[in-house]
Design a protein around this ligand. Sequence first.
Ligand code: F3S
Length: 111
Amino acid sequence: MAFVVTDKCVRCKFQDCLQSCPASCFHEGVNMLVIKTEACIDCGACEPECPAEAIVRDTVPGAAFWVEFNNKYSAMWPRILRSGEVPQDAEDWMDVEDKLDTEFDPAPAAR
Ligand code: F3S
């Protein structure tokens, strides 16, 4: 069991989730984070921390897609241990649906 990040994170990238993770399992893309599910200890601490409600348990309906997505990109993106800058327009993207189709950038974060 694990938690995963959905596309509600795209362009929000608040990074509050990071601080609560005792297992350092977040990885960083240009405009969102994902969780390395095999590193996740299923503590659930990150889920209520996300202002965009982007984090879900891997057992909720529809989560299977996001498990695969998190596994794919956590293998390609660098681990993130400390928060960087939050996008200035992050709040404007909180209520936008289906950002995977329109806004997702598959590139790893450059830090
Ligand atoms: Fe994304 Fe929410 Fe973390 S917007 S970076 S999953 S706090």
